[in-house]
Structures are given as structure tokens and as C-alpha cells.
Design a protein around this ligand. Structure first.
Ligand code: 5GP
Length: 116
């Protein structure tokens, strides 16, 4: 059984977060340490620790993350200019919270994908 993270508590409303969208499948909230004018995390309500743990059963949930990302980008007014979706995996990917999450970043030109 995977260990819960702080994100499970955010999903259940047990700790505060600036939630911008929630349904039965996913929750989206503003990143506590934004790296761009818009920085929102979109996460499955089901705990999946890393992308390595994704299975065929998760396909619908993961597809829904993209549908919600596109909807939020419209709401934030960044859809036309564009934005970046990022999922980090494990140490080399820079993953810090082991409950998969899609970063939605935008609101300014983001530059090259990698800085080095
Ligand atoms: P990772 O590096 O795992 O891909 O990204 C984790 C993200 O979660 C980071 O951008 C970090 O700022 C954000 N984060 C970590 N703890 C919290 C929290 O308690 N609340 C919110 N809103 N964001 C968090």
C-alpha cells in the first residue's frame, strides 16, 4: 500500500489549499511556491505515487487530467498564449511529492524546457 502524502489531505480538505477545480476523479490547486504567474497542480484523487506506478486501469483518470488542464488554462486566460504541462518522476525528474501531479505553468513565456 502506497504511503499518503500531503496531497491526500488537500484532496480531503483536511489542510488548506487554493483549490481551483475538483470532481470525483481529480483535484487542482495552486502551487504553494509558484514558478510562473499561473502554477497549478492537477492530481488524481486516487493515490498513484509515480508515473512508474501507472497501469492500464489509470488511463481514463490520466486522460481526465488533460481535459481538466485545458479547462483551467481557459479559465486562467492562458490557453491562447500557451502553457506547459510537466510531470516529474523520481529523483532525476525532480519529484518531491510522491502522489503524481501535473504542473500547469503559464502566464509568461517560459523559455527552454531545460535550463542547462
Ligand atoms: P514535484 O517536484 O514533486 O514535481 O512538485 C511538487 C510541487 O508541490 C512543488 O512545486 C511544491 O511547491 C508543491 N507543494 C508541495 N507541498 C505543497 C503544499 O502543501 N501545498 C501546495 N499547494 N503545493 C505544495
Amino acid at each position: 500500500m502506497a504511503e499518503e502524502t500531503i496531497f491526500s489531505k488537500i484532496i480531503r480538505g483536511e489542510i488548506p489549499a487554493n483549490i481551483v477545480f475538483q470532481d470525483d476523479t481529480v483535484t487542482a490547486f495552486r502551487d504553494i511556491s509558484p514558478q510562473a504567474p499561473t502554477h497549478i497542480l492537477i492530481i488524481p484523487n486516487k493515490l498513484i505515487p509515480t508515473v512508474n506506478d501507472v497501469t492500464v486501469e489509470d488511463e481514463q483518470v490520466l486522460g481526465h487530467l488533460f481535459v481538466v488542464a485545458a479547462k483551467i488554462a481557459q479559465q486562467e486566460g492562458i490557453a491562447e498564449d500557451g502553457y506547459r504541462l510537466v510531470m516529474n518522476c523520481n529523483k532525476h525528474g525532480g519529484q518531491e511529492v510522491f502522489h503524481i501531479h501535473m504542473h500547469l505553468l503559464g502566464g509568461k513565456p517560459l523559455g527552454p524546457l531545460l535550463s542547462q
